[in-house]
Design a protein around this ligand. Structure first.
Ligand code: AOS
Ligand code: ZN
Ligand code: ZN
Ligand code: ZN
Length: 426
């Protein structure tokens, strides 16, 4: 199932006149305010977010999983799904694989499928939070932090395997997320598990190719509920520093306790040149992994304000690897990802509207009201016509969700894959 170019253009034509009206209004207004509209459009058009392979099927909770018909059951089909997203949105030009859920059987063929959709392989993710069939050692009591060396060694070897698999696909980074921690006070010695983890990540780091990066993700709780070894950005930052220049922290928006000032964490990490990766989602309570922008869009905008500032002022920080990390139980996963991509673009576009010079001047005068006005004026602008314009400039849909439905994409996938197909790996 592929999106037909002619049909896409036909649907765009129906939306074009309204788009032109709204875009002209917005473009004129922004130009009069002295904004570099073409520059902003280019940044929006260039912005690409990786799609994780595990977001393409309906997720689940421990209470059950409600499948979604036509789910991709092979790696090829997952890449095809990202191809559909990318065709419509022009923002999803990469896929992030999870090993062993997504081990390719034929590398050449897989690379060809990806190339045919104009998709690259982003960070590869290791998995030491589940025991694999026939594995000698268990991760029940931890992986890279485990008190038993044999389990640690197995987890280190797995991460090195993941690097080798990613290398064959053209990936350039490894993301490590550890479930390691404890469920009850006294269960583990905080210092020993942290030391073990540091020693283990250093071993993995030694196997990292010269042009690769390692991203270390943190998370305060879940699946462990008393302590997590890499619980916060400070721990992740410390481990990245212990490894070296190619190791970075990864911020996942759902991995903070309620009300944490994530935009400030982003600023601190970028100032120190250590923000390597980013996982988008939204959260009401914890690692909810709901649609980006569905709960706290203003926070997302403030986070993008920090990101934009960092991208423009911190050459010591590499360009971050963007990924959506979400998973759902009830929506069509592709529609949900389109909504997330739109919310990301919207927050980014609004942050690009902030006049950084004016803001710096107002900060210098300690004009608190002006500072707030500058941010809120940007936030209150309806930037959707700009995003549409950026999308059309690359051949995408003016309105991706409407187009997805008009083209009956899900029905096409069901016809091709059957109603009972189940996403592999979940
Ligand atoms: C887990 O909570 C982390 O967010 C991971 O980045 C990711 O969701 C996981 O590796 C996928 O199972
Ligand atoms: Zn994540
Ligand atoms: Zn998570
Ligand atoms: Zn999450």
């Amino acid at each position: 199932m592929r999106v037909d170019e002619n049909q896409l253009e036909g649907i765009n034509k129906e939306h074009l006149s309204l788009h032109d009206d709204t875009y002209n209004f917005l473009g004129n207004m922004l130009s009069k305010q002295g904004k570099d509209v073409d520059g902003i459009l280019k940044k929006l058009a260039d912005f690409q977010v990786a799609i994780p392979s595990w977001a393409l099927g309906a997720g689940g909770t421990r209470f059950g999983r409600f499948g979604f018909q036509g789910e991709p059951s092979t790696l090829e089909q997952k890449i095809d799904d990202v191809g559909i997203l990318h065709k419509l949105t022009q923002t999803a030009g990469a896929i992030s694989l999870h090993i062993p859920w997504d081990v390719p059987s034929d590398y050449k063929a897989i690379k060809e499928v990806a190339a045919s959709h104009d998709i690259i392989f982003d960070a590869v993710n290791s998995n030491t939070f589940q025991d694999q069939k026939n594995a000698k050692e268990s991760y029940k009591f931890g992986s890279l932090s485990n008190i038993n060396k044999a389990s640690r060694d197995q987890a280190i070897a797995h991460n090195i395997d993941v690097i080798n698999i990613g290398d064959k696909l053209g990936s350039k980074s490894l993301t490590i997320w550890l479930a390691d921690g404890s469920n009850f006070p006294g269960q583990s010695n905080f210092q020993h598990v942290l030391q073990n983890t540091e020693d283990s990540v250093k071993e993995i780091y030694k196997a990292l190719p010269e042009d690769w990066k390692m991203f270390i993700e943190y998370k305060p709780y879940e699946p462990n509920f008393y302590s997590t070894v890499i619980q916060d950005w400070g721990t992740s930052f410390m481990l990245a520093n212990a490894c070296g220049d190619k190791a970075y922290s990864l911020v996942d928006l759902g991995h903070h306790l309620p009300n944490t000032n994530i935009e400030q964490i982003v600023s601190t990490l970028m100032m120190k040149g250590k923000l390597g990766g980013f996982h988008f989602n939204d959260s009401k309570y914890g690692d909810d992994d709901v649609t980006v922008g569905s709960i706290k869009p203003y926070s997302l905008f403030l986070i993008f304000n920090s990101l934009v500032y960092g991208m423009e002022n911190n050459p010591q920080n590499p360009y971050p690897a963007w990924m959506i990390d979400a998973s759902h139980n009830i929506k069509d996963p592709l529609e949900d990802l389109i909504q997330s991509l739109e919310a990301i673009q919207e927050a980014y576009a609004k942050a690009l509207l902030i006049d950084q010079d004016q803001l710096a001047a107002a900060q210098k005068d300690n004009d608190v009201v002006k500072c707030q006005e500058i941010l809120q004026n940007a936030y209150r602008t309806d930037v959707r016509p700009l995003i549409e314009k950026a999308r059309i400039s690359r051949g995408g849909a003016i309105n991706p969700i409407e187009t997805y439905r008009a083209l009956k994409v899900r029905q096409g996938l069901i016809k091709e894959r059957g109603i009972n197909s189940v996403a592999s790996g979940l």
